[in-house]
Design a protein around this ligand. Sequence first.
Ligand SMILES: Cc1cc2nc3c(=O)[nH]c(=O)nc-3n(C[C@H](O)[C@H](O)[C@H](O)COP(=O)(O)OP(=O)(O)OC[C@H]3O[C@@H](n4cnc5c(N)ncnc54)[C@H](O)[C@@H]3O)c2cc1C
Length: 400
Amino acid sequence: MAYASQKDQIPVFFEDTSIAFASKSDSQLRKTYWLFSLMNQARVVNLGTFFIKIALKLHLPIKNLIRHTIFEQFCGGETISDCQQTISTLAGSGVGTILDYSVEGEDDENSFDATAAEILRTIQKASESKAIPFSVFKITGIASTDLLEKVQRKETLSASESAAFERVRERVEKLCSQAHQLNVRIFIDAEESWVQNVIDDLTYEMMEKYNKEKAIVYNTYQFYRHETLQALKSAYLVARQKGYALGGKLVRGAYMEKERIRAREQEYFNPIHTSKEATDKDYNAAIDFCLENVEHISICLGTHNEYSSQYCTCKMKKLGLKNDDSRIYFAQLLGMSDNISYNLAKVGYNVAKYVPYGPIDSVLPYLIRRAEENTSIAGQSSREYLLVKSEMHRRGVSSL
Ligand SMILES: Cc1cc2nc3c(=O)[nH]c(=O)nc-3n(C[C@H](O)[C@H](O)[C@H](O)COP(=O)(O)OP(=O)(O)OC[C@H]3O[C@@H](n4cnc5c(N)ncnc54)[C@H](O)[C@@H]3O)c2cc1C
């Protein structure tokens, strides 16, 4: 914590909620407050998600309720054009948008093709707008998870499985070549460890092809895994040897519980660090490594962690890197950690928000994860709830 003790050396602080919520009117703020105060209660979230799932199955008319509450908070809309308002509002505060087509759970070839076609549209849209600095996709959105697992286990594939995997490659190739052609940087999200090797292989193949001049394709590194810091360093060496730029989105990792459960059930070594501190240590060490090698690595910090974000700004300052160095970005999810995004943008850092979008039913798993993440843990209120509450207090706005 050496940096945090030198307060006058820190280039940015995140306490200023007036900057974080400047684009929200009093009534919008009140609505956000109510939403987070409901989500803050684990029992409400558990009951709520249970009833929403049942109501949707029974075709009860609850979509509008979802649309005007949790969907409005965390998503840009159902289509790219619906997101225009969000893109403009964020851009007004110097924050970019990363359109994230968040449809989950569809597992057939037609949906994979449809998803790939939609991601192509996000790449096209990004190429037309300075407010959209990156595009993004998940390999499991365009490939069967079972198939990816089989490939990772190096099992012999049937003829039809081989053909299906060839189509996965073609989709990945199409997306990355289009991104390269239109000069749009593209993130490939990281997923569960049992498919991640295949994702890595496909991603490095694309990097080798399309990152010759600069980083267009970015892999995602999950530092909750023991081996990721070393993997990042090795990837850097390979990229140097082969002569391409490394693109890295640095995250802690989203599938911790799933990973632990599977490792326990199948009795293999859990790939996840045994403590949060170990994850944090690797994450911050990765920031050091990337910034010290920024000549050949472009990064995006996908995090809501204030210390790591601040740590990165301190390290940039120490290395004499400009706040708006085009090789360094910060990103948060729409509707979360606005105090980080807006305060960073205010002092000139490159910042963007993932803006998820898609039909309400299909983005529901994403929304449920956001709700669960914002419930109070061990009696502590969620971070977002406290921030909104503090801004209500500052403005003297009542909750009614
Ligand atoms: C823009 C953006 C893009 C993202 N893209 C991806 C992606 O492609 N793939 C992906 O997996 N995730 C992704 N995430 C989610 C990310 O991995 C984290 O789950 C989430 O951001 C919370 O971590 P944090 O750094 O924000 O902050 P924090 O709240 O400080 O950290 C929470 C995280 O720390 C880790 N952790 C918590 N407790 C422990 C413990 N006991 N032991 C070890 N580790 C622990 C977990 O990873 C947990 O999610 C993304 C997040 C953002 C903001």
